[in-house]
Design a protein around this ligand. Structure first.
Ligand SMILES: Nc1nc2c(c(=O)[nH]1)N[C@H]1C(S)=C(S)[C@@H](COP(=O)(O)O)O[C@H]1N2
Ligand SMILES: [Mo]
Length: 328
């Protein structure tokens, strides 16, 4: 049976007796999962092929809108967020990730943190789900292809993670890598793929430490569907979507700017910064407007694109003195 979602790793010895039931509740609370999530529930949802989401997460609600953590804009429905995806490891069609990402093993999982840090090490799936205060953040996501969504993510600030590994004085950039596992990722086996796998992304240290920069472990209150980057992905809401790298297995802190996937493919079209900017057009199309999903041929729902995707107040400071049309 294909495992689509993270199922809490509970020893079967704990699932039988009354005492074990309490243990399981305690485990789930510790794991940031609510007791209403039954292991059986997760399994049967998978067995019936109904992608209704993963395990319930326990989180608080971000309310501090001055930080940009919450937009009251209409949220893009779960079905659109999970069916219209970019995850080239599974194919380049918008529907490919939903069709094929269930083949990806997301449990067990670990992220290795290396480079310019005093305490290099690993984070395991349990650490990601239990070791941080989870918060719901409702962000806009703007793809470079000129469509956008509003997504209620659940996660924690990347800065909280990085601090634990104690970046050194040489830490100026952070590089990220996605899982590369050809046996489970049909898109990476494609002869037409021009991507040099694994998918790579990067941020400047101050961007990485900005409170808006999120490590998401869920959406719509539940663990991430595989097609959206389970079990953990980056979300950088003021940058084009390709910066928001999915299914991260490695974080490398370094002194020099790392190479990134889209930049390597087509440097004239995709830059390292990739800040959303309606005035800097893509060489092949305008970035002045976007289609807000759900969007149809008859109701395209086209809206103006905003500088830094509407997070100017929070992030403009990071780019003071930079020429945004040169450092795109
Ligand atoms: N590993 C990986 N991460 C990725 C991508 C990808 O192809 N592979 N696509 C990116 C692009 S272009 C976008 S717009 C967002 C889309 O996220 P979503 O499918 O969850 O909406 O993921 C980004 N992260
Ligand atoms: Mo994108």
């Amino acid at each position: 049976m294909a495992k689509r979602y993270f199922v809490p790793p509970i020893p079967s010895s704990e699932i039988t007796s009354e005492g074990a039931y309490l243990n399981r509740r305690q485990f789930m609370r510790a794991a940031g999962l609510t007791a209403s999530t039954s292991l059986m529930g997760s399994l049967s949802a998978t067995a019936h092929g109904a992608p209704t989401g993963g395990a319930e997460l326990e989180y608080s609600q971000a309310t501090d809108n001055s930080q940009g953590f919450y937009t009251a804009e209409k949220q893009t429905p779960f079905d659109d967020v999970t069916a219209y995806c970019n995850f080239y490891e599974f194919g380049t069609d918008k529907g490919d990730p939903e069709r094929y990402a269930h083949n990806m093993t997301v449990d067990p999982w670990s992220i290795e943190v290396t480079g310019a840090v005093s305490k290099p090490g690993k984070l395991h799936l349990e650490d990601l789900l239990t070791g941080f205060e989870l918060e719901e953040r409702v962000y806009r996501l703007r793809c470079v292809e000129a469509w956008s969504m509003v997504v209620p993510w659940v996660g924690f600030s990347l800065g909280d993670l990085l601090k634990r590994f104690e970046p050194t004085g040489k830490a100026r950039f952070v590089a990220f890598e996605t899982l590369y596992k050809p046996s489970e990722m049909r898109g990476t086996r494609s002869f037409t793929s021009t991507i040099d796998w694994p998918y790579r992304e990067g941020l400047r240290m101050d961007e990485a430490m900005h409170p808006l920069t999120l490590m998401a472990v869920g959406l719509y209150g539940k663990t991430l569907p595989n097609q959206n980057g389970a079990p953990v992905r980056l979300v950088v809401p003021w940058k084009y979507g390709f910066k928001s790298i999915k299914s991260i297995v490695r974080i490398h802190v370094l002194e020099r700017q790392p190479q990134t996937t889209w930049e390597m493919m087509q440097p004239s079209e995709y830059g390292f910064y990739a800040n959303v900017n309606p005035q800097v057009n893509h060489p092949r199309w305008s970035q002045a407007t976007e289609r807000r999903l759900p969007s149809t041929l008859f109701r395209p729902n086209r809206i103006p694109t905003r500088l830094f995707n509407g997070y100017e107040e929070q992030v403009a400071e990071l780019y003071k003195g930079m020429d945004l049309s040169r450092d795109y």
